[in-house]
Write a protein of this length. Structure first.
Length: 296
């Protein structure tokens, strides 16, 4: 408490120190015609205590509501990912959830996919900003900043990435390209599959300093682990689906070549098709598909 000035002004700082921390939120001030008495001091103390209690309760309610919303988002994300087998929708859900739980201004998920020839290439999804915000920039490379994420070395978090010693070390931009969204706070989390393969990376940015906490790192590590399992499952599903489609096509070709028109010709079809799909499908699956197409 501080009483100051010949006018008899009384002032008390609002300080909370009953919950294991201290914080100054403002001041309660009062002016007196006569010099303040001990009763005035007591009344100011009571008013200050009541104000501190009200502020603490408000902050606690806000904190609990934020935590409730975070847990709800995590539960909804986990349920959605476990039921989602379409890769594009899956990675969009992960990116949206990441932006929501971290409070990032925008987020991106850069991930690797395989084409029909088995060649790997990178795609990405965005949240918080339109796709046009990134469409004219090249895909991120294994620079000093991005490299640890794409190599699966762990979470990278910075209160101000522009001051990070790894920032601005690589050609051709030596930092962010012209016109890039402003990124100060930076959080990046690798997404690693069950066999140790780096599927991709989740990246989040904010134009203000120190927006990402250790709690955000933990939350995103959990979401990244959920995403990795869901993506692995989606890949397995699509691989099986493609194998079935290939088997159906090979059986149809063999039936056409042998001119088989009834189950009696099954042996003839099997003799022709087995060398063509050796190692790609087990015999029982092949026989079942031949019987199905022959109407057995």
């Amino acid at each position: 408490m501080k009483i100051a000035g010949p006018s008899g002004e009384g002032e008390l700082l609002l300080c909370a120190n009953g919950l294991g921390y201290q914080a100054e939120w403002g001041a309660v001030a009062a002016g007196f015609v006569q010099p303040p008495t001990s009763l005035h001091h007591l009344m100011l103390n009571i008013a200050t205590t009541q104000a501190v209690t009200a502020i603490q309760n408000s902050l606690l309610v806000t904190s609990l509501e934020a935590e409730r919303q975070t847990l709800q988002t995590l539960n909804e994300t986990g349920a959605a990912l476990s039921a989602q087998l379409e890769l594009e929708a899956l990675v969009q859900k992960v990116t949206d959830a990441g932006v929501e739980v971290t409070g990032a201004e925008f987020g991106a998920f850069f991930y690797n996919v395989l084409d029909q020839a088995g060649e790997s290439y990178m795609l990405y999804t965005l949240s918080g900003v339109p796709r046009e915000a990134f469409s004219r920039f090249p895909m991120p490379r294994n620079t000093a900043v991005f490299g640890p994420t794409f190599k699966g070395e762990g979470v990278v978090s910075s209160d101000d990435i522009t001051q990070d010693p790894r920032y601005g070390k690589n050609e051709p931009y030596y930092g962010m390209p012209k016109g890039h969204l402003p990124v100060v706070s930076y959080l990046a989390v690798p997404v690693i599959g069950r066999e140790g393969e780096v599927i991709g990376g989740l990246f989040f940015g904010h134009s203000e300093k120190a927006r990402f906490t250790e709690r955000h790192e933990q939350l995103m590590s959990g979401i990244a682990a959920q995403a990795a399992v869901a993506i692995d499952n989606a890949r397995l599903y699509h691989a099986a689906q493609q194998a079935n489609e290939t088997l159906e096509l090979r059986v149809a070709e063999a039936i056409a070549e042998t001119e088989a028109d009834s189950p009696k010709a099954m042996g003839q079809v099997m003799k022709l098709i087995q060398p063509r799909i050796s190692g790609r499908a087990e015999g029982r699956r092949v026989a079942a598909e031949v019987r199905r197409q022959l109407g057995a």
